[in-house]
Design a binder for this molecule. Structure first.
Ligand code: ZN
Length: 87
């Protein structure tokens, strides 16, 4: 299959649109969030400073504390509400 050069450039740069539908010929990668694997709320990174480097050392979920985050295309935006049903 031969792809015209302008189509290949358009796919690489995202500048080319389909002439009949005016829609991109590709789909952009969706924004990904670092979320808690339990409640899917966005986690807050806490940065470690060591050996001259700065890197995320811990991620905190408001409900679940220190968690290992997962990538997700969606994030839960509902605020944390304590569960008092067992109290
Ligand atoms: Zn959580």
């Amino acid at each position: 299959m031969v792809i015209p050069l302008e189509v290949a450039i358009g796919r690489l740069t995202g500048l080319l649109h389909c002439q009949t539908h005016q829609t991109p010929l590709y789909r952009e990668a969706p924004e990904a969030f670092d979320v808690c694997p339990h409640c899917k709320r966005q986690v807050i990174p806490y940065w470690d400073h060591g050996d001259g480097y700065v890197f995320p050392g811990d991620w905190q979920c408001p409900e679940h504390g220190s968690v290992t985050p997962m990538k997700s295309a969606v994030a839960n935006t509902h605020p944390y509400v304590p569960d008092w049903s067992a109290a």
